[in-house]
Design a protein around this ligand. Sequence first.
Ligand code: ATP
Length: 925
Amino acid sequence: MDIEVIGRIRPSARGEGHHSLNISGNHRITSNDGQSFSFQPLFRQDATNYDVYAKVLEPLLDLFLAGFNVSLLLFGETESGKSYTMAGDSLNKAGIVPLAIDGCFNRLLDLQDKPREEGGLRDGHRRGKDDVELKMSMYEIYNEIIKDLLNENQQRGSLPIKETAQLGPHLPGLNQIQIFNAAEATNYFRQGWGRRTDVVTDFGPALGYSAAVFQLELSMVTGGSPLPNRSILQVVRLPGAEKLAEDPTKLRMREGPSLNKSLTAFSQLVTELANTRHADRVINYTDSKLTHLMMDALGANAKTRVLCHLPPHCDQYRLSVMLRSCAQLSQVKNFPILNDHLAQGLVCQMRARILSLQEQLGYEEGHGRALQLHEMRDELKKLTTDNLQLRDKNERLYQKVEQLQSKLNQMAGSRTDLSSKLIFSEEEKLQVSKALVDLQIENNRIQEDYEAANFELKNKVLTLENELMEVTLQKDKVARDLRNTHDRLRTSEKDHKELADEYIILKTNYLALTKEHDREKARNEELGMELLNLVNATSHGRPVQGELTAEIDRLRHVVSRLSTHKPQDSYLGVEEDRQQMEKNLFGERERMEEDRRRMKAQYEEDQEKLEGKLKKLRRELQEAQAQAREAQRKAGETAAKLIMAEGKQRQLEIEHSKAQQQFKDLNSEYRTRLIRYVQDIGEYIDTSAGTAPPNQQQLKDMRRYIDAMIADTKQAYKAREEQLSQAAKMYKKQAKQMANKHEQLLVAYSQLREQVLAGGRSLEIDLGLSDVDLQLSDGERELHAAQTVELNRLRRALQDARAEAERAAARPRNVTIQEPQGKGPTDWSSVRKQLREFALNTQQELETDNARMKTKVSVLESQLSEAQDYIDKHLVRYKQEIVRLRKLLGQEPGTRQGSAGPYLDSADPEYYPRRRGHNRANTSS
Ligand SMILES: Nc1ncnc2c1ncn2[C@@H]1O[C@H](COP(=O)(O)OP(=O)(O)OP(=O)(O)O)[C@@H](O)[C@H]1O
């Protein structure tokens, strides 16, 4: 029964696009070189694990339960989906093994005629006529080490393989767990799957090289059989098949003898089995542990299917190799038999006979010896073939050597170019860095100017606003005074009016009184006259004339008193009052008038003054506004400049990174070339091995070439060291500049302090920190000193390195390649080894030096930036102190005094540290 080969194409991953496989007639895949194979069937990209299980593994399950050995081999390149098929990627997308476990238990329960709800099989449980025992085991073969995946405490080292008559080749130490239900078995499987060796080695992930085997062993008594049938189900995930496309000898040399042994032995076994299909063949299975343990599955007692996994996009050569392997697999003939007690007895007897025969042949001296013998035989075979191939190659290689020589000359030339390019790019990089630093300084300066101007203007505007406010307040006060004066004037005018009214009333009264008086006077006179007439008339007739006369006189007197004195007196009194009142009234009025005039004059004067002041203020405001506009314009210009500078800086940064990239590229190119040189030389020596040793001329050529190569390498590194020393010098210069700035500021600060002290105000005011406190602390001095020491040390190291390089150049070549003593390939390999060691050592030394220098430069850079940060921080402190002192001295913050320097115009502590990058954060803290 031939092995059946089934295909499965993995779905394209994101970005892979549609598959590029050439499929014809639904089953056949053909590679570009015409190799083709027809899979039966071929699962396309939309097939699920269940589809695969249902078509491929489920039919095998029936055979397994019937007592046949069955195997499913998962074959394919790394990343082609073998693991996905076997284990799935989550519970929802279970792999074929969990599906098979389920299927197996379902079938067993059906066979036992047992209700499913009861759970699963029970140990020793008999129902009907069947007695079932199901055991599972799992192991991994990686680098010829067998690891029990169901034993988490397995000691280091491999499980041994033992071959007995009863069990054939098997693993006696392997954990075989009896399982009773699907969930438990699936759980064991998942645990075991997770214990696979999942490390990444120099040659890639270990999973790509390992084989994982899942095994179910069923013992079931059926029918009237006295002994149980014993069958095995195996699902084997084979190592990544892409290595089959490589030359096995080269592969063995590159990756060691055991890493790919499973795969190469599997491939050889398949080839051998495919080529000898008759049943009486004698095949060696012991080339690898995998093939040894798969004895039954390949060409023996098992129904085997191979599921070949194909990625949607595959290298055509590798595809062709895969298709060829599939074709060979499909030609392997197996002989599955029902493993009842009779067959088992027969097989056991046969195996026992073979073992005894092997013993008779001395096989018992150790299976290892047989393996060794076999390996040696193989090795011999390979060596013979290799020898033939090498002879054949030798001819071609001699021709190639000449080509190689000319190529080497070319390469030497191009390497010099490369070195000069490297130096040029380093120079460029340094120039760019310098430009970048200059730009950054310029940028900082512009920003500082801008901030200073802005701050000055803001101060000016604030002062003007204050003044304006004061003037407005004054104006308000004057207006209030004016209003008061107006009120008072109005009150006095009102008083005046009232007085005038009173005066008029009084005058009217006076006039009325005068008139009354005149009238009274006239009546009195009339009365007097009448009385006189009466007297005159009566004096002629009466004797009591004397009494009457007296009476008449008295009357006359009264009348005359009335008519003359009395009215005159009252009149005089009123007149006086009037005059007095008038006098009072007019005096008051005049005084008030006088007051009013005075106040008016004062008001007008104040008004005039205020207007003058207002005009002045307006003028100043206009000027300030013009200045502000000018400053804004300048700020705009500065901002534009800043943006331009930033753009330039960014461009420079890009150029810088480009240069760095170029530098890296050149470095790696250089390294690649170096390695290629060494490889070329190695190959050259390899190909020369086994033939006649090279003549003296060839040896000399080679030495000259190596000398030139080493000289070049040293020159390049020397140039690099020089550049580094230049960079170190530049950093030192910057540090010096910073220290100078620090000193300048210290001088300015102490001058201001002295000014304050000279002003005799030191007692009233707090002078703040002493200039001694602001000097560099011991720590900072240490930092500075450490930098100097480090720089000197670096300089010394550089000188030493230079001297060493010169010494090395002067002294006779220390590359001593010992001339081959004998003529065999071993001498050549020693030469090659020396050469490799020397190249490796030189490269390592140079790289270590380079790394050391780089580290030191970065340490220096960080020290420098620390010093710069410190100085920045001090600048802010100085500035604050100086501004405070200036204020105390009554100087405007905008005016520059003495040598206080350009940094001291702003009182804003944020002002100076406004720098780009890390400095900003540090100083602002
Ligand atoms: N049929 C599939 N459907 C969906 N994804 C798949 C399928 N087959 C493979 N994959 C995915 O492709 C990737 C590679 O598959 P997988 O790891 O199974 O390959 P492999 O051949 O076992 O590789 P390795 O040898 O490295 O273990 C995984 O991310 C897997 O999820």
